[in-house]
Design a protein around this ligand. Structure first.
Ligand code: NAD
Ligand code: MG
Length: 406
């Protein structure tokens, strides 16, 4: 999904960050601040953390700061007064920020909420650095069509996809036998099956290797994250489900691999620090320095691998089936998962009920082909409604169909 290098050969690259106050947003700004001559920040956007957003905008001299929650406009305006930085609020203002001319837009909002601004960025024909995998999961076909229609470029930030991008010889697609997505297995990889039901939000977000936002941390604990990444890889690299394997690798040193028809396997390795894939996407097609811990192989000592346990992680089956069914299935799966994860984080449902909510939502909505972006948004809305009902039933102690764990 690449066209050409972003921006002009010389001078700072103009950069917008959607979701600047999040984990990926902050890591991106860390790299930008270390290379002040190379980047000029056009716009920063955030959901609700208004003071943090204002401080970031002042620190990097952004032209515009946008808070998605409209009720926080006054607070943002006041925090930016005298700085010369433009303030705006609301969803449409986030979309407008994404449409402002920039050489690169970092898409780092969490969830399908990132779809409208990511589309706005694509429609200006720029380079999108994509962290926000949920957008590709819920609207992959339409994003691909918009990317070609507007001559935009998509660079993967997700560490696995960034690794694949680094080792993929796409001039010879027939030579690629398989993509191997590695997965840490998350914090519950070795937990007894009967204990999974009682896992708390604090236990689920305590990732052994990566420091990330709450939603993706829960997704890592259910391994829904790897399932979403399977669908993400399908769209990014145009690979069918059967050519994408998932392999548990608890050390998170190999970030993913590509196997070729001659038996060669190419891998990208590094410390588990998102600043490496972010740096790769910011500097592409060049490389830039990143302040990450260097790999010390003598200390790492061993790299181990195992197949994921389908009983412990039913999300893997659900995502694989959704990808193979196609049409509205991935959109429904993603929306239901967002609702379920939010309910789990708010202690309304149990850990194992996340996958159960997703499965029941998928079974409750007739699958269909999606023929427009409007149909995607309508499916997303419907799936949120249905999954909210499933959540409410779990919350009130109602029984549900079991999906493998319990
Ligand atoms: P996060 O929760 O730390 O940050 C999310 C950002 O989005 C925040 O700035 C928040 O203010 C903003 N936001 C949230 N809801 C919004 C809304 N409705 N409208 C506008 N803005 C909104 O999340 P994160 O961990 O940085 O992850 C961001 C994305 O990157 C996710 O899609 C995640 O799957 C992906 N990703 C993250 C990592 C990681 O290491 N954190 C790695 C790979 C991929
Ligand atoms: Mg990842």
């Amino acid at each position: 999904m690449t066209q050409g290098a972003p921006g002009s050969a010389e001078g700072p690259k103009k950069l917008t960050i959607l979701g600047s106050t999040g984990s990926i947003g902050c890591s991106t700004l860390d790299l930008v601040k270390r290379n002040p001559d190379d980047y000029r920040v056009v716009a920063l956007t955030a959901g609700r953390r208004v003071q943090e957003l204002a401080a970031q905008a002042k620190e990097v001299g952004a032209a515009l700061a946008v808070i998605a929650d409209e009720s926080l406009y006054g607070e943002l305006k006041e925090a930016l007064s005298g700085s010369g930085i433009e303030a705006a609020a609301g969803g449409a203002a986030v979309d407008d920020a994404a449409a402002r001319p920039a050489d690169m837009v970092m898409a780092a909002i969490v969830g399908a909420a990132g779809l409208p601004p990511t589309l706005a960025a694509i429609r200006q024909g720029t380079t999108i650095l994509l962290a926000n995998k949920e957008t590709l999961v819920c609207a992959g076909d339409f994003m691909s069509a918009e990317l070609s229609a507007h001559g935009a470029t998509l660079l993967p930030v997700d560490s696995e996809h960034n690794a694949i991008f680094q080792v993929l010889e796409d001039s010879q697609p027939d030579a690629i036998e398989k993509i191997i997505l590695t997965a840490s297995g998350g914090p519950l990889r070795t937990r007894e099956l009967h204990e999974m039901r009682d896992v708390t939000p604090a236990q689920a977000i305590a990732h052994p290797n990566w420091d990330m936002g709450a939603k993706i941390s829960v997704d890592s604990a259910t391994m829904m994250n790897k399932g979403l990444e399977l669908i993400e890889a399908h769209y990014l690299f145009n690979m069918p489900s059967e050519q994408i394997d998932i392999l548990v690798h608890p050390q998170s040193v190999i970030h993913s691999m590509v196997a070729y028809v001659d038996g060669s396997v190419l891998a990208q390795l590094g410390s588990p620090d998102m600043r490496t894939p972010i740096a790769y996407s910011l500097a592409w097609p060049k490389r830039m320095k990143a302040p990450v811990e260097r790999l010390d192989f003598a200390k790492v000592r061993e790299l181990t691998f195992e197949d994921p346990d389908p009983k412990r992680f039913p999300a893997l089956r659900l995502t694989r089936t959704a990808l193979e069914d196609g049409g509205s299935a991935p959109t429904i799966l993603n929306a239901a998962n967002e609702i379920a994860v939010d309910a789990f984080l708010n202690e309304r449902i149990r850990f194992t009920e996340i996958a159960e909510t997703v499965e029941e939502t998928l079974q409750s909505i007739d699958p269909q082909q999606l023929d427009s972006l409007d149909a995607v948004f309508e499916t997303d809305r419907l799936a949120r409604e249905v999954s909210a009902d499933v959540v409410a039933r779990f919350e009130s102690g109602g029984a549900a169909k079991k999906v493998g764990v319990g």
